[in-house]
Design a protein around this ligand. Structure first.
Ligand code: FAD
Length: 404
């Protein structure tokens, strides 16, 4: 038998392979990844890896021995096309491999600003180990860092750069940080903490161009007509799913590879998971695409179980974390911009959660330095517990008592 081929050796691709073996799957398992290293965790790349707290060897998901022990074949190659009628993939190296089941775990790639000067040296994304290894020595040499985009990665890089002594200025086209992802209450707390650490922010401001001097970036031109001096720029303006492979194979793609509740594409021999996949979720009217470790790992487990004969619809509560300096944000569930926000805990003490509601229903909980709230919230969301905004705000009521 041809076995399982996994396209992409990131968080999700690794997990499919490992979980197939956990599930007792005996057939061949091949992970084809186009990065030059073994599967690793991306989260430290914008955090401890930049401040010297995490080294490459420590962020690898498993040592090489694991893959040989588990009979998981890791190939450093790129899948160029899928011949669905023949159940075969073609690789950049020219090889063709047959599969019984194909899992697309191709992730996403950073969006870069399409403005003049964007290709000048010193303007960098942070997605891969190679990106982080390119950034690291430049961070050590630079004096003034400009960060384009106040999303999770931008904020994490900003505070890491402050820690190693740079001047940091963050440009954000919205009127506050983390506008797409979290409530104003949580976002404002995190922004204040960054400002206290020394990060400067410019809101309602986007990059309109980059200034070049001696072949290297020297500044960012902004949409409000200013030029911000910077000898290094990190871009964190979101990602684009790697879905071209699926699209070229005539699978449905709509900002991500479309999958059903079992994470299968319209071709029963092909599944998609993680950052590249868009799936139906009970908490959303339209299919969602999530970018988180939890989502990649749990979807990988779901697909591995199905391939091994235990099919189950995907229905996990999403959760996410972001470490910004000393502050840890943890999110359970998925909120929409208009959802009600109710604070529980002590904002001034930097230990609180924001409970989000839509139509009287809890949609998400954003916890700052409150791990117990986060864990309890995941349970509340998993059992669709009834909790009112008043109960959420009342710290005398134990969250655990509300799970049915
Ligand atoms: P990836 O991990 O991106 O893996 C996809 C892989 O497929 C890549 O190696 C890619 O090169 C490869 N590939 C693509 N196309 C092909 C092809 N045709 N052939 C072969 N290989 C291919 N999440 C959190 O929950 N918390 C965090 O704190 C957090 N921090 C993050 C910090 C950074 C800097 C980044 C970049 C991400 C962070 N994330 C975080 C998000 C999390 O890492 C991703 O959601 C997760 O890695 C998604 O896993 P994936 O397998 O879908 O994609």
């Amino acid at each position: 038998p041809a076995g399982v081929i996994v396209v992409g050796g990131g968080q999700g691709g690794f997990q499919v392979a490992a979980s197939l073996r956990d599930e007792g799957y005996q057939g061949p398992v091949t992970v084809i990844g186009d990065e030059p290293c073994l599967p690793y965790q991306r989260p430290p790349l914008s955090k401890g890896f930049l401040t010297g707290k995490a080294q490459l060897a420590e962020i690898q998901l498993r040592p090489a021995q694991f893959y040989s022990d588990q009979r998981i074949d890791i190939m450093h190659d790129r899948v160029e096309s899928i011949a669905r009628s023949a159940n075969r993939v073609r690789l950049a190296s020219g090889r063709a491999l047959a599969y019984e089941h194909l899992v697309l775990a191709t992730g996403a790639r950073p969006r870069m600003p399409s403005v003049p000067g964007a290709h000048v040296a010193g303007i960098l994304p942070v997605r891969t180990v190679v990106d982080a290894q390119t950034l690291l020595p430049q961070l050590k040499q630079a004096k003034r860092l400009a960060v384009v985009g106040a999303g999770f990665i931008g904020l994490e890089v900003a505070v890491a750069a402050i820690e190693i002594g740079l001047e940091v200025e963050v440009l954000e086209y919205a009127d506050r940080v983390l506008k797409r992802a979290v409530s104003a209450e949580a976002a404002d707390y995190l922004a204040r903490a960054e400002m206290q650490a020394g990060v400067r922010f410019r809101f309602n401001t986007a990059a309109s161009g980059f200034v070049e001097r001696d072949g290297r970036v020297a500044g960012v031109q902004t949409t409000v007509g200013e030029t911000i001096a910077a000898d290094l720029v990190v871009v964190g303006i979101g990602v684009q799913p790697n879905a071209e492979l699926a699209q070229a194979a005539d699978l449905a793609v709509h900002d991500g590879v479309m999958v059903n509740a079992y994470l299968s594409t319209s071709d029963p021999h092909i599944s998609a998971i993680g950052d590249c996949a868009r799936f139906p979720a009970t908490y959303s009217k339209t299919p969602v695409r999530l970018e988180s470790v939890q989502n990649a790992v749990d979807q990988a487990r779901c697909v591995a179980a199905r391939i091994a004969g235990r099919a189950e619809a995907y229905a996990k509560v999403p959760w996410f974390w972001s470490d910004q300096g000393a502050n840890r944000l943890q999110i359970a569930g998925v909120a929409e911009a208009g959802d009600l926000a109710v604070v529980r805990g002590d904002v001034a003490a930097g230990k609180f959660s924001v409970f989000r509601f839509r139509d009287q229903r809890l949609t998400a909980v954003e916890s700052i330095n409150s791990a117990a709230d986060h864990m309890a919230s995941r349970k509340l969301l998993a059992c669709a517990a009834r909790i009112s905004p008043e109960q959420a705000a009342d710290t005398r009521i134990k969250l655990g008592a509300l799970t049915i």
